[in-house]
Ligand binder design. Structure first.
Ligand code: NI
Length: 390
């Protein structure tokens, strides 16, 4: 059955390669994916799939029901391009100068379309499949936009699955792992307000520069003293700005930086401790501090059951030898994490062969990988929504 999923996916190859190269030639940045969304909606409608536009601005959700099953699976792909000038010289290279599909989201969108066609034709499942075409994965907050628009209230899912191509791994190979897969990231700004004075009369001041020096040291105690040695976290102060003159003690100082963690609760703990240290260290000197702490990416954590099911489905397609199940997590981020915080899910990498690196101006998604992504999406739906289970 699963081998035939791959065979069937291969029958779509010419049509899907045309779609992939069309999207590649017309890249659009996050929340501007109007043409791409039009193309996605048009194809879904062509294949008889219910289409919902404007979920998270330019996001599209396709809904396919079969049988009387109450369970639902979400399959998610990203649609946005990057602000890069393409140098591939390919016949289907970007026609929008300064914009490029350099992360393979053109391929991801195409594979999810292929899965929609496959499932609409074969209907070898019982339940609902929600095809989630997400805008703006590259740091512009597309997943959160869809969630704010009620993605999982309007299209409930029991499980969600995502996929990203991986340069340097052979086509037809998959890679995943249990637990954390990608780091969560936050940015922070701390404003310390003291009291400005003449540089020769510090007793008339509350010196925010001195507060910033103490606070910088104090903040480095969080990872070394509050985070368990068994966990991972990074806290980097990357900017301290204050003052304009040799003889003026400034009124305020600003500190900024980034925090990375593999667990959401550790990110929360670091934020709490940062706020406490900032306000209390500042108060100790008679100054005040305000903290703006923004979580940009949640850590992406595979749910155990979904991880096993996804890896098993991949192994059934390509053989156990072509599936790596124990890959360590990376410090990069992926905003599918926000969806996986709300619904149990799993994420897998798909081999892109010997291509240029992601976000490189020579990168190109490997069309030979398309049938593997299509077949795995189809196979995981057939596995999680079996037709025999009523
Ligand atoms: Ni990407």
């Amino acid at each position: 059955m699963t081998q035939s999923a791959l065979d069937r996916a291969r029958q779509y190859q010419d049509e899907l390669v045309d779609i992939r190269r069309d999207i590649h030639a017309h890249p659009e940045l996050g929340l501007e994916e109007y043409r791409t969304a039009d193309l996605v909606a048009q194809k879904l409608e062509e294949w008889g799939i219910e289409v919902h536009r404007g979920v998270g601005k330019t996001g599209v959700v396709g809904v396919l029901r079969n049988g009387n099953g109450q369970d639902a699976v979400g399959l998610r792909a990203d649609m946005d391009a990057l602000p890069i000038l393409e140098a591939s010289g390919l016949p289907y290279a970007s026609q929008n100068p300064g914009r490029m599909h350099a992360c393979g989201h053109d391929g991801h969108t195409t594979m999810l379309l292929g899965a929609a066609k496959y499932l609409a034709e074969t209907r070898n499942f019982n339940g609902t499949v929600n095809f989630i075409f997400q805008p703006a994965e590259e740091g512009v907050g597309g997943a959160l936009e869809m969630l704010k628009d009620g993605l999982f209230e309007r299209f409930p899912c029991n499980a969600v699955y995502g996929m990203h191509n991986r340069p340097g791994m052979p086509v037809g190979h998959f890679l995943t792992g249990p637990g954390a897969r990608a780091a969560g990231g936050a940015f922070f700004d701390i404003v310390i307000t003291g009291k400005g004075a003449h540089g020769a009369h510090p007793s008339q001041s509350i010196d925010p520069v001195l507060v910033a020096c103490h606070l910088g040291t104090a903040l480095q105690s969080i990872v070394s003293r509050n985070v368990s040695a068994a966990d991972t976290a990074v806290l980097s102060i990357t900017r301290i700005q204050s003052g304009d003159a040799y003889n003026v003690i400034p009124q305020s100082a600003v500190m900024a930086g980034t925090v990375r963690t593999m667990k959401a609760e550790i990110m929360t703990m670091i934020e709490t401790n940062m706020r406490r240290l900032a306000t209390s260290v500042a108060a100790g000197f008679g100054a005040e501090a305000s903290v703006d702490f923004r979580v940009i990416f949640a850590p992406m954590v595979n749910n155990d059951a979904e991880f096993e099911a996804y890896a098993d489905a991949a192994a059934a397609l390509v053989g156990e030898d072509a599936v790596r199940r124990d890959a360590p997590p990376g410090m990069g981020s992926e905003d599918f994490s926000f969806m996986m915080e709300q619904v149990p899910g799993a994420h897998i990498n798909l081999g892109n062969g010997d291509s240029a690196a992601l976000h490189n101006h020579l990168y190109d998604f490997n069309d030979e990988a398309i049938p593997y992504g299509v077949a795995l999406y189809g196979a995981i739906v057939e596995k999680r929504l079996p037709k025999t289970e009523l």
